[in-house]
Design a protein around this ligand. Structure first.
Ligand code: SF4
Ligand code: SF4
Length: 360
């Protein structure tokens, strides 16, 4: 390992990352199928995934399409595993589910990007101190047109599981990734070996059968996509399968054996905010806008805004099977937002149908 790579890896750990590896920026085999995946429309309404550069090439299909100057990618990961229940173990209809990465004290962007920037600063400082030219760099945490998990695999941080998440032998898949592209030529690490073997637990557990094949997701069926990304109405045939997921879904990670015995995160900002872990349905059913912004302050749940939250809450109430939510749902069925109205009306109809045979 060169001294510079050694320095970068040590500095990344000192800045709070749990893992750091170097990936090449040459075309990567795992991205070869990306244009076909986009052409098939599996990305749904995530138009940003299909953006092209000036030459009309898909930005995410190759690093050369967005940063032809980049010669290496420094990939860093931080665990966010917390001592909380698993979604698959929580089968209480009186509770909803917020994805694990979203019920933490702080939004991961707020933590990882400053860490990457510090790493970048230390790199500049070291090179400038030695009289070397300062390289070009770009730091990304989930906001740039790059497929971080493919780079993570090529940096040796982990392999892509059949659930399409990056898995590390020690930390499982509860990891946030950050990438610093650089014009420096750094020796890449070995690609991480695939350790899924013959296991298919994640593929079998997906409630919406979102996997077309191992590692190939039809995002349009995935509950994470439906509750976070999709702005148009959830297809009626998928509404029941969304269950009581308010924001995101962890099922294909919760069932993974590699996630069973992993250490808890050392990052204090990634401790669980208990009031939004598996929140009681009654606490979300009556939440007003002010309470929503307060409850989910500094979490990614803010991204769906209050109307998106109400839409998902309406589905969750309908899927609870509890007619006690009918008065609130009837109120929401008159809401000014058409999407909230439509999902609330579906939920009312569902609970009323159940209620026909309901005997208090
Ligand atoms: S996040 Fe949930 S819905 Fe999406 S693929 Fe995984 S198990 Fe299926
Ligand atoms: S559940 Fe099994 S197949 Fe799926 S990612 Fe984990 S080890 Fe791989």
């Amino acid at each position: 390992m060169s001294r510079l790579v050694e320095f970068l890896k040590r500095a990344a750990l000192e800045e709070g990352f749990d893992l750091c590896g170097i990936a090449p920026t040459a075309p990567l085999q795992e991205l070869e199928g990306f244009p076909a995946w986009i052409a098939a429309g599996f990305h749904g309404e995530m138009d940003y995934m299909a953006r092209t550069n000036r030459q009309g090439k898909l930005r995410r299909a190759a690093l050369a399409n967005i940063a032809p100057w980049a010669r290496s990618a420094v990939v860093c990961a931080t665990s966010y595993h917390t001592d909380t229940p698993y979604s698959i173990e929580v089968n209480d209809p009186n509770h909803a589910w917020v994805s694990r990465y979203a019920f933490l004290e702080r939004d991961y962007h707020e933590i990882l990007l400053p860490r990457l920037r510090k790493l970048e600063g230390r790199l500049y400082h070291r090179l400038a101190g030695g009289g070397a030219a300062v390289p070009r760099t770009w730091c990304y945490v989930d906001t740039g047109p790059i497929v971080e998990r493919v780079l993570a695999q090529h940096s040796g941080i982990g392999w892509t599981g059949k659930n399409a998440c990056i898995l590390n032998q020690r930390l499982g898949s509860w990891m946030f990734l950050g990438v610093m592209l650089t014009s420096l030529e750094l020796a890449p690490d070995a690609v991480a070996a695939d350790r899924c073997g013959s296991c298919t637990l994640c593929l079998d557990a997906c409630p919406t059968q979102s996997f077309l094949a191992p590692r190939v997701l039809d995002a349009r069926r995935c509950i994470s996509y439906l509750t976070i990304e999709q702005k148009s109405p959830v297809a009626p045939e998928l509404r029941e399968q969304v269950g009581r997921h308010l924001y995101g879904c962890d099922i294909c990670q919760d069932v993974c054996p590699w996630n069973r015995k992993v250490p808890f995160s050392q990052t204090a900002a990634f401790s669980a905010r208990t009031e939004i872990v598996n929140p009681p349905m009654h606490s979300i059913s009556d939440m007003n806008e002010e309470e929503y912004w307060r409850a989910f302050r500094r979490t990614p749940v803010r991204s769906i805004k209050f109307e998106g939250f109400l839409r998902n809450a309406a589905l969750a109430m309908g899927n609870s099977g509890d007619p006690a939510y009918l008065p609130r749902l009837r109120e929401l069925a008159q809401h000014e937002n058409p999407s909230v109205r439509e999902h609330a009306r579906w939920a009312v109809a569902k609970l009323e149908t159940l209620g026909n045979g309901y005997c208090p």
